[in-house]
Every structure is written in structure tokens, then in C-alpha cells.
Write a protein that binds this ligand. Structure first.
Ligand SMILES: Nc1ncnc2c1ncn2[C@@H]1O[C@H](COP(=O)(O)OP(=O)(O)OP(=O)(O)O)[C@@H](O)[C@H]1O
Length: 301
């Protein structure tokens, strides 16, 4: 089932978000490199960097939830600080890495929070709002959980509720902190495809990612954030330079090409990395029959 499109009275034109010499405020760190770039409608930006580099801090700063140390942000050409918070919330949606579910709520009630920027004080959600939320749950494969208390969900199900809430909001700018957190492989791909689809429809998407290969596959612009505050950004193919990525993560990498895209693997010096026998299966392993290498010699014995 497709998510219901925004009704014409609520449909907003596409929106850009730009930084002008922005210095994020990472506690205890000297000023990092000033960031100046524009996130245009239809673009897919990935923010890469090691733990603690400041990716979430940058994302929260872009959302206007955290003041920068220096510089400024513009939403559609106007300083972000000049916008009313409600108007910002109608345009910009955030999927947080950490969540604190302090109030008991169902999955559907949580998804409906995405409509709050469009409601007046004390106004109830309309049937259209409910249909949008149900459509978003369907899209994220969690419609069957609509009436479940949030507290009973698994990590991956909870992550998909967060994505469904922003899908219900239908913002022009998506700021997503680790979109594939807790997700299995199928739902990782489905989530990246959802963000890709949003960008294809004119939204600007910014995501913090730990998986280089997801970034290489799904982003068209990358920002590399180093622990000392240094940064570089630009079109994906200019940023996927192995030596720069190795320095970013302090990790040697091997690179291969699969289906025309670069695939990065950490190079690990351990016995785990040594060639493994292909034909011997441990007697202790419970291997599905089809996965066991077919050995006609042993069958004949
Ligand atoms: N309120 C705070 N007080 C002190 N230090 C903080 C605070 N908030 C963030 N930091 C520190 O700022 C640095 C950047 O944090 P941030 O969460 O932005 O990193 P990150 O790149 O998103 O990391 P990760 O990949 O682990 O999610 C970290 O060293 C963190 O400990």
C-alpha cells in the first residue's frame, strides 16, 4: 500500500538547507573546520566519521536543536533562527539515534506525532492524518503492530516506527541519524530505498552512516568528519578515496568493485582472515543440507 500523498493545502515546495562557515559545538574540542555547503532538494548526503567525531552533533545543529559555535544555517535562504519552530517542523524531520519513550503510547499514536506540526493546539488528528500514519506503518512493514505498546517492540521494530513517524510527517528535509540502526539486511535495504525514494520525490536527505558500503551505494554527496574537527565534503565519487577513508577510520581497507560500485572491506590481520577450507564441515555445525558443499566422493564411500 502506498503512503497517502500530502494533500494540496499541506503540500509545501521543496526546501534547501545551507551552512555558512558553520562550526559545530563539540564539548571539549577546539573549533573544527568551518562547514559551508548547501543541501539541495533531491540530494542524498551521507555524514561519515568514527565514533565521537561529531556526526550527531552536526545533525542536531542542522536541525536547529543545538546552537553552532560559529556561523549560521539557512533554511530556504532565510536564517534558521528567524523561522518559527512550528514552520521548521513542517519542513524538517529528524530520526534520532537515541530515543526516550517516556510516555506509554501505541505504535500508531507514535506515528501520528508526525502530524503534530500541522495541527492547531488541542486539534485532534483527522481521518486523513490517521490514513497517512497507517500508510507509513504499512510502508515500513509494521502495520500489524499499529496497536502494540511501543515498549514491547524489538530494536528494529522501534527503529521502523521512528522512520514511519517522519514518513507520516512527510518533510522536505530528512535528517536521519543512523537509519539502519538495529535493522536486518532486508530492512536496511528497504530503508535506504525509502530514503532514496523521498529524494527522488524532491526531498533533501541527510544521514549519518557507519556503513561505508551503504554510503557508497545510496548517497550522492558525502561529508567526512574527522575526530579533530577536520572535514571534507563533496560529490560521492570525489570523497570515496581509499586513503582518506583509511585515515578517517584509522583502519586499512580493501576495495573491490561489485555491480559497478566500490565495496570497502576492513583489512584484518588475524586468523579469521586466513583462507578457510571449503569442503570440510565441522561435525558440531548444524548446516542446512543445501549449504553443505556437494562431495560426490564421500557419498560413494
Ligand atoms: N552533552 C555533552 N557533554 C559532553 N560531551 C558531549 C556531550 N554531547 C556530546 N558530547 C561529546 O561530543 C563528541 C561528539 O559526539 P557525537 O554524538 O556527535 O558523535 P558521533 O560522531 O555521532 O558518534 P557515534 O558514531 O558514536 O554516534 C563525543 O565525544 C561526545 O562524547
Amino acid at each position: 500500500m502506498a503512503v497517502r500523498p500530502a494533500s494540496t493545502d499541506q503540500a509545501l515546495p521543496s526546501c534547501s538547507l545551507s551552512c555558512e562557515a558553520l562550526v559545530i559545538d563539540v564539548p571539549g574540542r577546539a573549533d573544527g573546520q568551518p562547514l559551508s555547503f548547501s543541501i539541495e532538494p533531491g540530494s542524498r548526503w551521507g555524514i561519515l566519521g568514527p565514533n565521537g567525531a561529531g556526526k550527531s552533533t552536526l545533525l542536531h545543529t542542522l536541525a536547529g536543536l543545538r546552537a553552532p559555535r560559529h556561523g549560521r544555517l539557512r533554511l530556504d535562504g532565510q536564517p534558521l533562527t528567524d523561522w518559527r519552530r512550528r514552520a521548521v517542523a513542517q519542513r524538517l524531520g529528524v530520526v534520532f539515534q537515541e530515543r526516550h519513550d517516556e510516555f506509554p503510547a501505541s505504535v500508531l499514536e507514535t506515528a501520528l506525532i508526525g502530524r503534530h506540526p500541522f495541527l492547531r493546539a488541542w486539534q485532534n488528528e483527522s481521518e486523513d492524518d490517521v490514513q497517512r500514519a497507517l500508510g507509513a506503518l504499512e510502508h515500513l512493514d509494521i502495520a500489524h503492530l499499529a496497536h502494540r505498546p511501543l515498549a514491547t517492540l524489538s530494536g528494529g521494530e522501534r527503529q521502523r516506527v521512528s522512520l514511519a513517524t517522519v514518513l507520516t510527517q512527510a518533510p522536505q528535509i530528512w535528517l536521519v541519524d543512523e537509519p539502519t540502526n538495529h535493522l536486518d539486511l532486508h530492512h536496511q535495504v528497504a530503508t535506504m530505498a525509502l530514503l532514496d525514494e523521498q529524494a527522488s520525490q524532491g526531498a533533501a536527505v541527510v544521514m549519518c552512516l557507519h556503513d561505508l558500503n551503504l554510503a557508497a551505494r545510496w548517497c550522492d554527496h558525502l561529508l567526512l568528519l574527522y575526530p579533530d574537527g577536520a572535514a571534507c565534503w563533496g560529490p560521492r565519487d570525489d570523497m570515496l578515496v581509499t586513503s582518506a577513508l583509511e585515515r578517517l577510520y584509522d583502519q586499512p581497507l580493501s576495495v573491490a568493485e561489485v555491480d559497478g560500485a566500490a565495496v570497502f572491506m576492513p583489512r584484518v590481520a588475524s586468523s579469521l582472515n586466513s583462507p578457510r577450507p571449503t569442503k570440510e564441515v565441522s561435525h558440531d555445525a548444524h548446516v542446512p543440507y543445501d549449504a553443505v558443499p556437494h562431495d560426490t566422493d564421500s557419498e560413494e564411500r
